[in-house]
Design a protein around this ligand. Structure first.
Ligand code: SF4
Length: 184
């Protein structure tokens, strides 16, 4: 069976060739602020994948405009998806989430969202919001699963279980959202 490249999968989902643009919206994480744990997962280093234009001191709009400029000279006719990647991108009050996601979708040629989060940060209110956005703009929810071994989850200080990840994957899929799992 032929494997589908991720870029082709995105093209099918969005109906265009799309480039993911990283956004650092200034979120924190319950595994760093003491809500679930302190110090975070043992490998946590968000700076390692944050591009030069992805600093939380800039607005979401400005980060996306800067990123678009970076890619615009490489590809003609490109569309974009805003990739909320840094930290836990559903970890805020629902109105704040709505405001940030709407801001991203208001940028020209941004046709969808990719939201990276923990499995224990996908309450019904968040899923309702993502479901409503998905009716007009496709949303991919990327869940940090990492492993199906609870012992390993404990060793890397994830502060959630494999069962929690399974529940989250099922809930996201049941809302008709596209779901991805990060493994380590
Ligand atoms: S869940 Fe993500 S942001 Fe939070 S501590 Fe772990 S790797 Fe870092």
């Amino acid at each position: 069976m032929a494997r589908l490249q991720y870029s082709d999968f995105l093209r099918q989902l969005y109906g265009h060739k799309v480039q993911k643009l990283n956004v650092n919206a200034g979120f924190s994480c319950p595994n760093r602020d003491g809500t679930k744990g302190r110090g975070g997962c043992i490998y946590c280093n968000n700076a390692s994948f944050t591009p030069a234009f992805g600093h939380a001191s800039s607005s979401v709009t400005q980060q996306l405009l800067d990123a678009k400029l970076f890619y615009a000279c490489k590809y003609a006719d490109m569309k974009y998806v805003a990739y909320f990647q840094s930290f836990t991108n559903t970890y805020a009050q629902i109105e704040k989430l709505r405001e940030l996601y709407d801001e991203a979708l208001a940028v020209d040629d941004v046709v969808g969202l990719v939201i990276s989060t923990r499995p224990d940060c996908l309450g019904d209110d968040v899923l309702d919001l993502l479901h409503s956005i998905n009716e007009e703009h496709k949303v991919i929810v990327e869940i940090g699963v990492e492993t199906s071994h609870d012992r390993t989850l404990e060793l890397i200080n994830r502060c959630h279980s494999w069962q929690c990840a399974q529940n989250a994957i099922n809930k996201v899929a049941q809302r008709g959202l596209t779901v991805g799992a990060h493994l380590i």
